[in-house]
Design a binder for this molecule. Structure first.
Ligand code: GLC
Length: 432
């Protein structure tokens, strides 16, 4: 029996172990989300059941035709690895209430219906094969369970439903060995953690997996925040979850989704915002009904992986938070990430300068060494007291994706003020 702590005591206890539990996650920076379920068959958003008001019995019939091809999760893991991701999070059961594992608590599952296979097991095995950390997405809301809505106003239904939710997650956290992330979603219809009994349940679930990291969607803060659909820094550990097309998490007919799909450079922009604000990117793929990944996601992800193989040093690792963003450089317009000790600055160039020269305003310290990160090629530079000028740069961007990173190493954390020479841009004040 787990002794249940009060909320303040629980929060103190998990805060005390957080640095150790989250060390790998803070280094990882990039994960792949997978939304896969019966909605993948419909191909028109994972909320189709509710958006179209499809009766539950009718929707449930989809389970019979759910037929992921053998080895599909392995394909996801192989792609995630090639993309440079360090972990994956899969929808073990989305709001539709269909469990993708051999669940005793929920007979509406992929072993009793459709493929008659434990997709969660296949996912876990694939993650281990490709050395990816493992995350389980678990919806709190359930549109299939008879108490899934009643629980809001009928206390007995609520007790039953909470037992069901806990039984599902207990299965997930006991049947598959070490699991790294529990990723809750949509705490409805109850609207507070007391209603969901999250404090006690999460303590019991943590007792099953002491190193686990839990997100903030059971209405407790837990370990990390989850900005959704935008990459916005938080003042805590955070992970931005993004669809691949800004229209749906679940598979959407490719012809229609294509125009909205992210390109590799767009994904690099997201990773850049994450890495210089100490956050992670959880980028989603929505496999087709047979489990294969749409080409529109495969190609950009592969490009991102190749880029990370050249420039990963600017992304991975517990970076230092930095406030230099857009104004980093002159004609090069860079955005930055900074090493944990702050002495190395990585300039990501969205625009490559013409003429082989790039001025970097506002530096009060000269670097000791400047190189192109991907090749290690030295970049000559001059320094005039508040400006570094890089010289002899390649005429055109040396990176095949058009995003080249310049690495500047300093002896100490460099002093930097963007408005050093033009105090009128700083409200007339010169602080320097
Ligand atoms: C949402 C949606 C859902 C999706 C999730 C991912 O809250 O309800 O469909 O799975 O976000 O973050």
């Amino acid at each position: 029996m787990t002794k249940i702590l009060s909320k303040p005591d629980y929060e103190r206890a998990i805060a005390a172990s957080r640095d150790q539990r989250m060390a790998w996650w803070r280094e990882a920076r990039f994960g792949v989300f997978v939304h896969f379920g019966l909605y993948s068959i419909l191909g028109r958003h994972e909320w189709a059941q509710v958006q179209e008001n499809i009766p539950a019995e009718e929707y449930a019939k989809l389970a019979d035709s759910f037929a992921p091809k053998p080895g599909a999760p392995r394909e996801w893991a192989r792609l995630a690895k090639a993309a440079g991701a360090k972990y994956m999070v899969m929808t073990t059961r989305h709001h539709e209430g269909f469990s993708l594992w051999d669940s005793k608590a929920n007979p509406f599952n992929s072993v009793n219906y459709g493929p008659h296979r434990d997709i969660v097991r296949e996912f876990v095995d694939a993650c281990r094969e490709f050395d990816l950390r493992i995350g389980f997405y678990t919806s709190l809301m359930d549109w299939h369970h008879p108490d899934g809505w009643k629980c809001a106003f009928d206390n007995e239904a609520r007790r039953r439903f909470l037992d069901y939710i806990e039984a599902l997650n207990t299965e997930l956290l006991t049947q598959y060995g070490k699991i790294d992330i529990l990723w809750y979603d949509v705490a409805r219809p109850m609207d507070n953690w007391e209603g969901w009994d999250s404090l006690a349940r999460n303590q019991r679930l943590r007792a099953l997996q002491p190193d686990i990291i839990i997100n903030d969607r059971s209405l407790l803060d837990e370990d990390f925040g989850t900005p959704e659909g935008h990459v916005t820094a938080r003042d805590r550990d955070w992970e931005a979850c993004m669809t691949f097309n800004d229209i749906s998490w679940g598979y959407v007919d490719e012809e229609q989704a294509r125009a909205y799909a992210y390109t590799a450079p767009r994904i690099l922009k997201m990773l850049n915002t994450c890495s210089h604000n100490c956050g992670n990117l959880l980028l989603n793929i929505g496999p087709k009904p047979d489990g294969s990944v749409p080409a529109d996601a495969v190609e950009p992800l592969t490009g991102v992986g190749e880029w990370l193989a050249r420039n990963g040093e600017a992304v991975y690792g517990a970076k230092r938070r930095c406030d230099r963003d857009r104004f980093e450089g002159g004609n090069g317009l860079c955005a930055t990430s900074v090493s944990a000790d702050g002495k190395t600055v990585y300039l990501w160039n969205w625009i490559w300068p013409h003429g082989g020269k790039m001025g970097l305003g506002g530096y009060f310290t000269a670097p000791k060494r400047v190189t192109l990160l991907a090749t290690g090629q030295e970049v000559p530079f001059s320094f005039d007291g508040q400006r570094i000028v890089l010289e002899g740069l390649p005429e055109t961007c040396p990176d095949p994706l058009g995003v080249a990173v310049i690495k500047m190493e300093f002896d100490a954390v460099p002093e930097w003020h963007v408005f050093s020479r033009y105090p009128q841009l700083n409200g007339g004040r010169s602080e320097y």
